[in-house]
Design a protein around this ligand. Structure first.
Ligand SMILES: C[S@@+](CC[C@H](N)C(=O)[O-])C[C@H]1O[C@@H](n2cnc3c(N)ncnc32)[C@H](O)[C@@H]1O
Length: 389
């Protein structure tokens, strides 16, 4: 990164001043590892800004046509006027030096307002200096000192974009952000938590994200899916649902961009979009068991049911020999019980089977199975065939 004479660092169109502490020494104020995160976010927000403008233009055209029709019928009518779309309103809820917001204000066309918030007083002072130094429009970019959750709960649903970029896990901020981003708005979520999402401490992973990671080859994808699950289930509690636009797993963090929509019907689909992953201990084969199923009614409506999950658990029970666990259980406690039993069986079987598995792996003729979640799960016959090969 280019460093100027005054010690400021240039990134994109921003210059960030050094942070000097009370003893006159320079504190850590710049994390070069996050440059990609900010560049990537600017790219996505540029696209989102265009998309939003397009949607608003369409809405305006429809509204104008309706107003014209009303006026033609009754020239004295005063139809309800909706204010013009002013551009994106963004909250950077955990902003530190304000670098990201400086770049957002300069590098994204169609931004109306940015609130740049941090809980740390020193960070806010530094942020104010940086905003001044970068000559950002003070009508557009406002620094704020506060707890991100409180800022969101008091915001009255005005933010088109909420950006969450904490030091560690994002889970304490999900509820307030999902509830308070506007309908159709963009939620940008970073979780700098690969230690946990990567399966080092499954118990912590479970309470933060509602699932545990397996140390498999798809670990990075799984960490993204765990975060997706945490956000989707949080949204469903507010009768909202999320549409993941783009995601990445880089170094020590994962980042996902979601559009958040209102919709109780879609929220009900959460069960069929959630699943348990059963990983074979001897090969790379895995199986995803959905927690629910969707039935198509004659009317064309889709209705979420829980039937299939129980059916599939019974089927899997026969495959225990292959070290894929299926546990007969009720739907209510399946997420907890099956996951724990699975972990336990993995541990005890691992010792017994280590040697056997090594020999088996060498001889194995299993085809590599690359299975995406939206593909059909393997049948019982396929699994048994694989295990006897
Ligand atoms: C990783 S830094 C943010 C980096 C910044 N987004 C960037 O791209 O340069 C995380 C910041 O979150 C702040 N923070 C932690 N808890 C907070 C809370 N509850 N509310 C607001 N800010 C918080 C910390 O003070 C810290 O400055």
């Amino acid at each position: 990164m280019p460093v100027n004479e005054d010690g400021s660092i240039e990134e994109g169109s921003a210059k960030i001043l050094p942070l000097i502490n009370e003893t006159g020494k320079q504190d850590a104020f710049y994390n070069p590892a996050q440059v990609f995160n900010r560049d990537f976010s600017i790219l996505v927000l540029n696209v989102f800004s265009e998309l939003k403008k397009h949607e608003e233009d369409e809405r305006k055209a429809n509204r104008d046509a309706k107003i014209k029709a009303i006026k033609e019928k009754d020239p004295d009518a005063t139809p309800f006027e909706i204010p013009e779309y002013p551009g994106l309103t963004i909250l950077e809820a955990l902003a530190a030096s304000g670098l990201r917001s400086v770049r957002y204000s300069k590098e994204i066309p169609g931004v109306n307002k940015i609130t740049v918030n941090d809980i740390d007083e020193t960070a806010v002072e530094h942020m104010k200096k940086n905003l001044q130094h970068n000559k950002v429009d003070t009508n557009k970019v406002t620094p704020n000192h506060g707890d991100a959750n409180l800022v969101l709960y008091n915001s009255n649903n005005v933010f088109d974009v909420v950006d969450l970029d904490p030091y560690g896990t994002v889970s304490p901020f999900l509820d307030s952000a999902i509830k308070n981003v506007i309908n159709g708005g963009l939620l940008c979520v970073t979780s700098t938590d690969m230690q946990i999402l990567g399966g080092n401490t499954p118990e912590t992973c479970f309470y933060r994200y509602g699932g545990t990671a397996l140390k498999a080859r798809y670990l990075h994808e799984m960490s993204l899916r765990l975060l997706y699950n945490a956000v989707a289930s949080c949204a469903a509690r507010h009768q909202r649902y999320v549409e993941p636009l783009i995601s990445c797993s880089v170094d020590f963090y994962v980042r996902i961009f979601f559009r958040v929509h209102e919709g109780a019907t879609q929220a009900k689909m959460l069960g069929s979009r959630t699943g348990l992953v059963f990983q074979c201990m001897q090969c790379e084969c895995f199986h995803i068991q959905p927690m629910g199923d969707v039935e198509f009614k004659l009317s064309g409506r889709q209705v979420e049911t829980g039937k299939k999950s129980i059916f599939l658990v019974k089927k899997l029970k026969k495959c225990q020999k292959t070290a894929i666990l299926g546990q007969k259980t009720t739907k209510n406690d399946i997420s907890d019980l099956a996951t724990r039993k699975f972990e336990l069986s993995r541990l005890s079987l691992r010792k017994r089977n280590r040697k056997k598995a090594q020999i088996h792996r060498r001889k194995a003729t299993h085809p590599k199975i690359v299975q995406k979640t939206d593909q059909q799960p393997q049948t019982e016959q396929q699994i048994q065939k694989n295990s006897t090969n």
